[in-house]
Design a protein around this ligand. Structure first.
Ligand code: HEC
Length: 168
């Protein structure tokens, strides 16, 4: 019995000590350059989906029309383009230096056009911790968050005037 307890204790303590020594050794990646740690992406994605999936089924309370796309483009230019880029722009200087990189959300990239609109809205409202993606619940109205979500969902189908509003 004593041996089993000792084994159990060792089994719990050794990985904790090893993790502590690793973190203190300076070998853990902390700068924005470099690749994710093993399992980092998988675990982050799993946690995000577990938290968000029960809430993302709701439809937009606003219709997908020209007025809402234009309003969404205005929000996008003011709040999002600095990281996610404007139409026809390659990665922004800020995006290049971030870990993880903010994805391009406008054509020709596919962005989030195949995601449910409720998922885009959830990310805009709540943000994604430790990635740099801000949550906007304190700085945008609910309508503005839906408008920018609708814009991103339909970014490959918007009119010439909305496209114009998404350029410099
Ligand atoms: C300071 C930089 C920054 C700003 C500003 C920013 N984002 Fe992000 N955003 C990110 C990063 C980084 C990610 C990637 C997060 C990840 O890898 O999980 C991201 C992810 C996203 C995603 C998920 C993309 C996907 O492929 O699932 C959406 C949608 C999004 N942002 C929308 C917006 C909108 C809309 C705005 C403006 C209202 C905005 N972001 C402003 C940095 C930013």
């Amino acid at each position: 019995m004593k041996k089993i307890l000792f084994g159990l204790l060792l089994g719990i303590c050794l990985p904790l000590v090893a993790a502590y020594l690793y973190v203190g050794s300076g070998a853990m990646p902390v700068a924005t350059k470099g690749n994710p740690l093993p399992l980092e992406k998988y675990l982050a994605r799993k946690a995000l989906h577990a938290a968000m999936d029960p809430e993302i089924g709701k439809p937009s309370p606003l219709p997908a029309n020209e007025a809402n796309f234009l309003a969404g483009a205005k929000v996008y230019q003011a709040q999002c383009a600095v990281c996610h880029g404007q139409l026809g722009e390659l990665e922004t200087a800020i995006a290049k230096g971030m870990f993880p990189h903010p994805p391009q959300l406008l054509p020709p990239k596919k962005g989030v056009m195949d995601d449910p609109v409720g998922e885009i809205y959830w990310k805009v409202k709540n943000g994604i911790r430790l990635t740099g993606m801000p949550g906007y619940s304190k700085s945008l109205t609910d309508s503005e968050m839906w408008q920018v979500s609708l814009l991103l969902l339909h970014a490959d189908k918007v009119s010439a005037s909305v496209q114009q509003a998404l350029r410099k």
